[in-house]
Design a protein around this ligand. Structure first.
Ligand SMILES: [Zn+2]
Length: 218
């Protein structure tokens, strides 16, 4: 996401009350000095000065989040995280505008075509001249600071996200796992995430139930 050499600065432009199907939130819209995108924080309850706040940092996925694509687990992770925050009655969902692990929708769709030719998600990105994962979590770290959160419980399976945030001086007291549901369209993608991107779930024990029908039993 970092597009120039200036230190990343953020500014909350507006904050508005947002009632949803999972309860009432405050939606905060941020601008940065890096891009013209609208990064968002959906805040439940009063989090300023609190420790161990439940947080999900979600990177935009138009196909998964809005269309319910079965090629990835993004839509499910978004809905599940929001429900966890709603159940807790307090927390933050940060929505970063870095589509397709940072390569944008155009390139993500091109990568999908390569995957349909047999390449995995990492190989496809590299063939298109990208890195396997171009996401950056600096904006999320700045937003957490702006919200005044002391420390967080982070909903993620992604060790790179944890390392990135810790390098930005965000204190993570706990990783909260989130298990994807496997289907015929995402199994290969999830396997690549686990095997090649070190995501912290185990397809054989965590996700496939003993009946072997490929459904998440949790
Ligand atoms: Zn996705």
């Amino acid at each position: 996401m970092k597009e120039n050499d200036q230190p990343i600065q953020i500014q909350m432009m507006v904050s508005a009350r947002l009632p949803t199907s999972t309860g009432e939130y405050r939606l905060c819209l941020y601008h940065t000095n890096q891009d013209s995108k609208e990064h968002l924080a959906l805040v439940k309850g009063e989090v300023q000065g609190k420790s161990a706040v439940l947080v999900r940092i979600h990177s935009e996925c138009f196909t998964g989040d809005l269309l319910g694509s079965r090629r990835c687990d993004c839509g499910e992770q978004l809905a599940c995280s929001l429900q966890m925050i709603a159940d807790k009655g307090e927390g933050v969902l940060i929505y970063l505008r870095q589509e397709g692990r940072g390569i944008g929708l155009l390139e993500k769709l091109r990568a999908y075509n390569l995957q349909d030719e047999g390449y995995d998600t990492i190989e496809a990105n590299i063939l298109l001249g990208h890195q396997a994962d171009e996401r950056d979590y600096t904006v999320a770290a700045r937003i957490l600071e702006d919200l005044g959160v002391d420390s967080i419980r982070l909903i993620t399976n992604n060790p790179s996200k944890i390392q990135s945030l810790e390098s930005q001086n965000i204190t993570i007291t706990e990783r909260v796992p989130i298990l994807p549901t496997v289907n015929g369209d995402n199994a290969e993608y999830l396997n690549t995430k686990m095997q090649r991107m070190n995501h912290l779930f185990n397809l054989t024990t965590d996700i496939f139930d003993i009946s072997g029908n490929g459904k998440n039993s949790s």
